[in-house]
Design a protein around this ligand. Structure first.
Ligand code: SAM
Length: 216
């Protein structure tokens, strides 16, 4: 990471441009989004001593995380509010209200970039907590700062404190930010991007946020 510089130490224009270019490219030096998240999920499950069981991934109709849960010991299923076109069958349902899924029927519940699209995320957290067996792990990855991106609607942004609060029925294992892509220039990407483009590029505060909880 770059050390913070005070206002009393301005850079010459050429050095400033070099610094901006370095900042913009920094995210490319580490693993990309999905590899990063998948490695994190694997580490979380290993730390929890979980290597088998029933998994529910929410909102994965297009990109199921089948590589993380490839072992035959995992029984992996996907629930999404819309039907999908991937190889994994999708149970169409709403994570804010899914009484069709019995209490304590999963060992792992995963959602990545779903909570910001859910109209009532507090109900989603309650349902995920209900669906987990005692000892089960919830892994939630969502956004603290990101450009507007409706899929189909973009409702919310979260802090770790907010996720801790929403998942109060679980024991908090970990929560925090992932700022790997903070200075990535995502101007003009995605449908209906409304961020004006100027000399500094586009959206520059890309912060992910995660929460890991365990059912008592
Ligand atoms: C941005 S996409 C998720 C992308 C994917 N999980 C990934 O990691 O790339 C958001 C997904 O959440 C689903 N979704 C939105 N609201 C939902 C709800 N209430 N219940 C279940 N799925 C929902 C959407 O249909 C969409 O597939």
């Amino acid at each position: 990471m770059h050390a913070a510089r005070t206002a009393a130490q301005p850079l010459e224009p050429a050095a400033r441009i070099r610094e901006l270019e370095l900042l913009e490219q920094e995210w490319k030096r580490g693993p990309r989004r999905n590899d990063r998240i998948n490695a994190h999920i694997r580490a979380v499950l290993a730390a929890a001593g979980l290597s088998a069981g029933d998994v529910l991934e929410i909102g994965a109709r297009e990109h199921p995380r089948t590589d993380v849960f490839a072992a035959s010991a995992w029984n992996y299923s996907v629930m999404d509010i819309e039907a999908g076109s991937s190889s994994v069958p999708v149970v169409v349902g709403d994570i804010t209200s899914c009484p069709e899924l019995p209490d304590e029927s999963f060992d792992v519940a995963v959602s990545v970039d779903v909570f910001e699209h859910v109209n009532r995320p507090w109900l989603a957290a309650e349902e995920i907590s209900r669906l987990l067996r005692p000892g089960g792990i919830s892994y939630t990855s969502t956004l603290f700062a990101w450009r507007y991106h409706p899929v189909p609607i973009d409702f919310w942004r979260f802090t770790p404190d907010c996720l801790d609060f929403l998942f109060a029925d679980l024991d908090r294992v970990d929560s925090g930010f992932d700022t790997t892509e903070r200075r990535r220039d995502i101007r003009g990407r995605g449908r209906r991007d409304q961020v004006p483009i100027d000399g500094l590029g586009g959206f520059r505060e890309n912060w992910r946020v995660f929460h890991v909880g365990r059912k008592p």
